[in-house]
Design a protein around this ligand. Structure first.
Ligand code: BG6
Ligand code: MG
Length: 224
């Protein structure tokens, strides 16, 4: 890895599973839909959906159940809407207490030290989630997933995440909990920071087991 800690000027954040545990809420809502469609649920399917856009997630679930040809586009949109309604009902119950351990302190530290922050979440609900967590002020620069040609693992969202900060990708650290997201960060030419299972996120430049251990000091130690 060529990038040194001193070269880093910005952080491009994923949201779900990084700043808050909405990945569990997404998973629960998809699990419920899969059950209603008679598609059997397992951990591999659940993990594979992390970071994947709403319609791509639905396609993956239908494919897992060999049902990809059973619904027309209108029916698929109705299924995705049903999942989203269930998800949004859970998001509406969220408060700042749902910020994952250490993340508020990390964001405060980044801000205090002058790092630039942008959000590269695949979720169209990201503004609502930030609002519920009272973190919207931290992220004036949010990449709108509605304007993307390709979802994660394509680099587009992370490339745009650096662009909105007027930074070179090599000056940015991308922060992710999903394998598809780490792949996207790497392809965008940013430094990838994975949070979660080291095996699942093996492609990341650095992996932290949990959000509480993600600090500038620990990142500096790993980057050198
Ligand atoms: C990602 C989540 O952040 O956003 C995925 O990891 C989710 O699970 C995707 O499917 C799209 O979210 P939404 O809110 O637009 O359906
Ligand atoms: Mg995520």
């Amino acid at each position: 890895m060529m990038t040194k800690f001193a070269d880093i000027k910005g952080f491009v954040f994923d949201l779900d599973g990084v700043i808050t545990d909405t990945s569990v809420l997404h998973g629960n809502a998809w699990h419920q839909l899969a059950d209603s469609l008679g598609v059997s649920w397992n951990d591999d399917l659940a993990n594979g959906l992390k970071g994947i856009s709403r319609m791509d997630s639905l396609e993956m679930i239908l494919k897992a159940g060999h049902k990809e040809n059973d619904y027309n586009q209108e029916q698929k949109v109705a299924l995705a809407t049903q999942k989203n309604d269930n998800y949004v009902a859970e998001v509406n119950k969220m408060t700042p207490a749902n910020i994952l351990p250490g993340m508020k302190a990390f964001l405060d530290d980044l801000r205090a030290k002058g790092y630039q922050l942008s959000l590269a979440s695949a979720s169209k609900n990201a503004p609502r989630v930030l609002d519920k967590l009272q973190l919207a002020d931290y992220f004036p620069k949010v990449v709108d997933p509605a304007n993307l040609t390709h979802g994660k693992p394509d680099p587009e969202i992370y490339t745009k995440g650096a662009q909105v900060l007027n930074l070179d990708p090599a000056q940015c650290i991308g922060v992710e909990d999903a394998a598809a997201g780490v792949q996207a960060i790497n392809a965008a030419g940013e430094v990838s920071l994975g949070i979660g299972d080291a095996h699942e996120l093996a492609a990341a430049d650095m992996v932290f087991a949990d959000t509480a251990s993600v600090t500038l000091e620990n990142i500096a130690k790993k980057l050198g």
